[in-house]
Design a protein around this ligand. Structure first.
Ligand code: SF4
Length: 193
């Protein structure tokens, strides 16, 4: 994947973008730039792999429902951190959610949103980005959460009607939404699902 081209396309869509060679450098940058504020984190294996909850909590009030049931505080924090489930080379950013807290926060309500992802999230076009969000990210998350859904057995999305379905909402950012700052952090490694 041409990360520099993606970064350039995202800048054209209004986002600030930083590219890092490794997750350690990305984490160092984030910790240096997020201080003395409130931080909400969405469900994210990528954020977990960067160890950001522990590091940011040294200088900030950090709310993450993977650590404590504080979704409301996370959703009203000044800064919000999430990864993405898929992104096209044109810069379309795709996320799937079960509760809706993460996609809501990515869209609206914070002073600044950081979207952090590795090269495995990048797809050639919108259709392939959507496909990876549904058939890779969602399925791996269903497996991680030990859901009783057909994808856990088949390894691909069956568009189930299961009561345990984790895919209940899909958002696509075509451009940077108005009214809040976005910083996109691309790491030239595979991270999360
Ligand atoms: S089978 Fe259901 S839970 Fe699994 S990825 Fe598809 S919609 Fe989501």
């Amino acid at each position: 994947m041409n990360v520099e081209l993606l970064a350039s396309n995202l800048k054209d869509l209004g986002y600030a973008v930083n590219v890092f060679d490794c997750k350690e450098d990305a984490a160092k940058y984030l910790c240096a730039n997020i201080n003395n504020t409130s931080v909400g984190i969405g469900g994210s294996v990528t954020v977990q792999e960067l160890n950001l909850y522990e590091e940011l909590a040294k200088n900030n009030d950090v709310y993450w429902h993977w650590e404590k049931a504080e979704i409301a505080k996370a959703n009203s924090a000044d800064v919000y951190l999430s990864s993405v489930n898929g992104i096209s080379m044109d810069g379309e950013i795709i996320n799937i959610d079960g509760t809706g807290n993460r996609v809501a926060s990515i869209l609206y309500g914070h002073k600044k949103v950081y979207l952090i992802f590795g090269i495995n999230k990048i797809a050639e076009n919108y259709e392939l980005a959507l496909d990876r969000a549904r058939n890779i990210a969602a399925v791996k998350n269903a497996i991680r959460l030990k859901k009783n859904t057909p994808c856990v057995k088949t390894g691909k999305c069956m568009n189930c009607k299961s009561p345990e379905r984790i895919c209940r909402g899909l958002t696509v950012l075509w451009e940077k939404p108005k009214g809040q700052d976005y910083k996109i952090i691309i790491v030239k490694e595979e991270l999360g699902y």
